[in-house]
Design a protein around this ligand. Structure first.
Ligand SMILES: NC(=O)c1ccc[n+]([C@@H]2O[C@H](COP(=O)([O-])OP(=O)(O)OC[C@H]3O[C@@H](n4cnc5c(N)ncnc54)[C@H](O)[C@@H]3O)[C@@H](O)[C@H]2O)c1
Length: 459
């Protein structure tokens, strides 16, 4: 099928390349001319494992092209995926101005039947608004349309894998035509019938669940999913705080809690909290939707509050060890909001670095992929060539993103390089016993090894 994808960001580019790989002819549009130039020159505008090869192969096969004019893509395709950004406004609501702008362009140039699919994360009832928009502005008499919601669940860092092996594909539609076109588009993924570009000997997998709902429900499924995952993270962080205070071990607690099949182990890892371009903005937007509908979403406000507090708590922990931070040389490992991406949007690591700078610390940082983007946000720190360099003469190392690379370091060498062998592990990525055996002082999140002595029966 001929498909237009608007937006060549993390979601748009992965979607465009994935659809091309499964046999469609895709035109991917972005109004950022620099991005289009980079892509047409064979480069990548951001780091995502496995994506570069996919884009190269499909461009060479003429199944994937990049342009900057929406009109030229929409005129050649009966289907358009909207994958533009929906960042937060000051009040927490999603900014839908890019979605609106793209819809305006589509209504100006679409001819015949056109299926408009919102893949950007949008508040419930956006599809309804799009339908109204098209019926007002779609002034070409031959233009008849369907709007569908197809929320995206990929995780940066494993986005390509998630495209080909999703847990489910959700489509919100209000016509059989829209549902059957979406099923046709995703058939190779649903049936897992493609030659897997991710795994060399890809195991045979069962059919991917294809969940067809009304449009409102599909939009809501996305916000509800992200809010639930964020809630799990804040929940375990709240428990971790208690573990530290009373002398319990949050890692052990989380492991045993997660073994309950009704709960599940993922997203139960204590740390410095969630970040990225999705969770923080999506829980805010969902809470605004709830508020607007007269529903009590105080739960999500609390999830957000717990998460925001992580930054100050972490810095306090460091101050507790180093007393005064002013003038102290600190090594930072990790700047991306999570491993395997260069994305630093709402990264807890950057929030911590900013706080350390405000305290007067001398910060020297290293991240395997995110330094260019971090530099644009925080130019005033020293960016190091590798993790060892960041450790040199440091009075403490703060580990903020759990890159696999950090686990493979020669920690004996790291210890020798440091002024004081102290590791403050914001992601609980190292083994306490292993680093202690090498002579490090080690503080993680949620271990009550340094518990305040509460009087027994204080509760
Ligand atoms: N990043 C994720 O992990 C992820 C996962 C699921 C859903 N989402 C959602 O998907 C959407 C996109 O997220 P992203 O991370 O890919 O954002 P992004 O910022 O990486 O990409 C958005 C792209 O859209 C382009 N764009 C904006 N306005 C445009 C216009 N008028 N015409 C053409 N191009 C335009 C931008 O230049 C940019 O390249 C958001 O709603 C986000 O919440 C993101």
């Amino acid at each position: 099928m001929d498909i237009a994808v608007i937006g060549a960001g993390y979601v748009g580019l992965i979607t465009a390349a994935g659809l091309a790989e499964t046999g469609h002819r895709v035109i991917c549009v972005d109004d950022d001319l620099g991005k289009i130039e980079v892509l047409n020159a064979g480069g990548m505008p951001f780091y995502e494992p496995g994506l570069e090869g996919l884009v190269k192969r499909n461009r060479a096969a003429k199944r994937l092209e990049f342009i900057s004019k929406i009109e030229d893509a929409v005129a050649q395709s009966p289907v358009t995926f909207i994958c533009v950004g929906t960042p937060p406004l000051e009040n927490g609501e999603a900014d839908l101005s890019s979605v609106e702008l793209v819809s305006r362009r589509i209504s100006e140039c679409a001819r015949g039947y056109h299926l408009v699919i919102e893949k950007s994360t949008v508040p419930v009832q956006t599809g309804r608004r799009l339908q109204k928009h098209f019926s007002i502005y779609g002034n070409n008499p031959q233009f008849h349309f369907d709007v569908a919601s197809n929320p995206e669940f990929l995780r940066e860092g494993s986005g390509v894998e998630d495209f080909f092996h999703p847990d489910r594909i959700v489509v919100g539609v209000d016509s059989d035509e829209a549902a059957s076109r979406l099923e046709e588009i995703y058939r190779p993924v649903l049936e897992q019938s493609f030659v897997c570009p991710v795994h060399e000997n890809c195991e045979k997998r069962s059919r991917v669940p294809f969940v067809v709902t009304d449009i409102n429900s599909a939009e809501l499924i996305k916000h509800a999913s992200n809010s639930f995952l964020a809630m799990k993270i804040s929940f375990i962080n709240m428990v971790a705080d208690l573990c530290e205070a009373v002398g319990a071990n949050a890692a052990q607690v989380a492991e045993a809690v997660g073994l309950d099949k009704r709960i599940g182990a993922s997203f139960l890892r204590p740390g410095i909290g969630f970040g990225g371009s999705c969770f923080p903005k999506d829980i805010q937007a969902f809470a605004r939707v709830g508020q607007g509908a007269g529903c009590d979403f105080a739960l999500l406000r609390e999830v957000e509050r717990i998460n925001q507090r992580r930054i100050a708590q972490f810095v306090d922990k460091l101050k507790n060890e180093l007393w005064v931070l002013r003038g102290k040389r600190l090594g930072v490992w990790g700047l991306a909001f999570k491993p395997r991406t260069d994305d630093v949007r709402s990264s807890p690591a950057l929030a911590i670095v900013r706080q350390l700078l405000a305290e007067g610390a001398v910060v020297r940082a290293y991240d395997p992929q995110a330094m260019k983007k971090a530099k644009a946000e925080i130019p005033e720190i020293e960016y190091c060539a590798d993790a060892y360099e960041a450790a040199r003469d440091a009075e403490a190392l703060v580990a903020l993103t759990e890159w696999e690379e950090f686990l493979e370091l020669d920690l004996t060498r790291v210890r020798r390089l440091m002024a004081r062998p102290l590791i403050l592990d914001g992601r609980n990525m190292f083994s306490r016993d292993a680093v202690a055996a090498l002579g490090f002082e080690y503080l993680d999140i949620g271990s009550g090894a340094h518990a305040r002595k509460l009087p027994l029966g204080a509760s």
